[in-house]
Design a protein around this ligand. Sequence first.
Ligand code: COA
Length: 182
Amino acid sequence: MFDWQITDHKRLEQLEVRHAQELFQLTDQNREYLAQWLPWVDSVQQPDDTVDFIKQTQKQWVENQSFQAAILVDNNIAGTIGHHKIDWQNQKTSLGYWLGKSYQGRGIMTKCCSEVVRHAFNKLDLNRVEIYCAIDNKKSRAIPERLGFTQEGSQKETIQLKDKFKDRIIYRTLKSEWNSSA
Ligand SMILES: CC(C)(COP(=O)(O)OP(=O)(O)OC[C@H]1O[C@@H](n2cnc3c(N)ncnc32)[C@H](O)[C@@H]1OP(=O)(O)O)[C@@H](O)C(=O)NCCC(=O)NCCS
């Protein structure tokens, strides 16, 4: 289990069942806004659904497949960030993230993403990190763009959100491309 200080006010804590109630509340309070972009939101209807999700992330951690962390801002959960799954054979991973609406606009996710990418290259020795965004998710796309990722291409009608198929943009950075000061 890890607890990772990012700045004086922000830290990442590996998701544990003790986070479930607060994380569920944040999800529930931000349901409408999150569901625009995250297909899993409707499946989270009660705190036990968040407990199940956290247990699944712990299993993946034990199996060395990924980590998922709560982002804490002044000790309150603001959102989450983590790997979808690490592909050790090809030394690559992709990142997923979200913030409660009121935590947007302060650079919190850009900073956390930058730290998680740095960790992927320097500590996990991965070679490639990807971020996938729905084509019209401007705020999410701004994060890899701010961090100097390369837009590699798009996939037609790959994500279904609110009964609509959307194109997805793929961003990547490689260990050889990553600017550690980003
Ligand atoms: C995607 C998401 C995390 C982006 O949140 P965000 O607050 O825009 O991202 P950041 O925390 O990096 O903040 C960037 C904003 O803070 C501002 N900012 C302030 N200080 C900053 C700093 N030091 N560094 C970077 N940006 C800073 C930026 O200008 C930007 O604001 P703008 O959009 O008005 O230009 C959020 O919108 C979200 O959770 N959406 C729903 C779920 C989702 O879409 N997840 C991704 C699925 S692919």
